[in-house]
Design a protein around this ligand. Structure first.
Ligand code: ADP
Ligand code: MG
Length: 367
């Protein structure tokens, strides 16, 4: 069981300028050549100080969709075919690139990690079916649902057929299942893409109907891979979750509906953080039962791999939310504070040790 937490800083959007950039990537002295593991951001209360957060990997503004997939997701497909579950999360404030990272755009170069992963799964499936002396057959099927206010809605159901209460979940021989969830077989990438696009349309329509924006629900795609030989069937699941925006709506909007949404989003993201922390510390007890999402995913229960991509915007308007995102994802590690002279031009961390005060500190609460 393992977890990787990586950060991705999105490029500037049209309305944003270089001068507003405050979040940067850097390499640590122990990093390999051309790799970076540090995100740097100024202390909002003292701009002469910068916080450094360390991750398993950090991708800067220039990182391509192909690079994220090749480095972080492609290696997990091999494990999937060995029978392990794979879970990918995109975490971050609304507008930081979660959907771009997961789903991406229409052009080949813009495709996100989900279509790329499916393409890789089908390629490997065809290869196994062709090579195998044991006559293995590979079947792929998908389900896709969203969790909004702790209720589960099937994204294959047209919004008008949904009930407000959503689908019930039940425990079945120690496994948690969503009752009545549609599972669609998809034998080719083309078929997958048609189903995925159709379900994504349902996502935006239903969001409008419920008077909620899709950024306030978690979208959970599960791809089941079944490998059948004469004497056994091996099933493993890849799940890709485009999480609800992690921004604290209480700060900007205190209408009652928003408060209910925020409470359920905060709770589920909080439990997710605890699970990720427990997995990375190899603790025996993972509190996955404490929220609906982690419970349905059985997070950390099946010797699987988890990758969390922390999406970040580089600019000042996200400052406090970016800091809470970094704190969230970095519960397990030491955070360093460096005093710096000129912002936003950071000096390189290397060679800097002797002349800066470095201390471990907790980031002040942003609430
Ligand atoms: P989120 O899903 O986190 O709310 P989006 O994925 O919708 O954020 O991204 C917000 C905006 O930023 C979109 O217009 C998106 O196209 C753009 N964007 C995000 N990441 C990138 C990137 N790596 N390269 C180019 N544009 C990006
Ligand atoms: Mg989105």
């Amino acid at each position: 069981m393992s977890v990787r937490v990586v950060a991705r800083i999105r490029p500037l959007l049209k309305a944003e300028t270089q001068a507003d950039t405050i979040v940067t990537s850097a390499s640590s002295p122990s990093d390999k050549k051309d790799s970076r593991t540090i995100v740097r951001i100024p202390n909002p209360k003292n701009e002469f100080e910068a916080y450094s957060f360390q991750f398993n990997n950090v991708y800067g503004q220039e990182a391509t969709q192909a690079q994220i997939f090749d480095d972080e997701v492609a290696p997990t497909v091999k494990h999937l075919f060995k029978g392990f579950d794979v879970t990918l999360f995109a975490y971050g404030v609304t507008g930081t690139g979660k959907t771009h990272t997961m789903r991406g755009g229409k052009s080949l170069a813009d495709r996100g990690v989900i279509p790329r992963m499916l393409s890789s799964i089908y390629r490997r499936a065809r290869k196994i079916e062709k090579d195998s002396s044991s006559e293995t057959q590979v079947a792929v099927s998908m389900s896709y649902y969203e969790i909004y206010n702790d209720r589960v809605y099937d994204l294959f159901e047209p919004p008008e057929k949904r009930t407000l209460a959503g689908l019930p979940i039940r425990d079945n021989n120690g496994k948690t299942v969503v009752c009545g969830l549609t599972e669609k077989p998809c034998t080719t990438l083309k078929e997958f893409e048609q189903l995925y696009d159709q379900a994504n349309l349902n996502r935006s329509t239903s969001a409008t109907k419920l008077n909620a924006h899709s950024s306030r629900s978690h979208a959970v795609l599960c791809v089941k891979v079944s490998q059948t030989t004469d004497d056994e069937t091996r099933v493993s699941t890849a799940s890709a979750i485009d999480l609800a925006g992690s921004e604290d709506n209480r700060r900007t909007d205190n209408n009652k509906e928003r408060l209910v949404e925020s409470a359920s989003i905060n709770k589920s993201l909080f439990v997710l953080a605890q699970c990720v922390e427990a997995i990375s510390k190899k603790q025996a007890r993972i509190p996955y039962r404490e929220s609906k999402m982690t419970r349905i995913l059985s997070l950390g229960q099946n010797n699987g791999l988890t990758v969390m991509i922390l999406n970040l915007a580089p600019v000042r308007s996200y400052h406090l939310d970016t800091l809470s995102s970094l704190n969230f994802a970095n519960r397990t590690k030491k955070i360093e504070v460096n005093e710096i002279e000129n912002l936003p031009i950071f000096r390189e961390l290397e060679g800097k040790k002797g002349d800066t005060k470095t201390s471990a500190t907790a980031i002040p609460s942003m609430n």
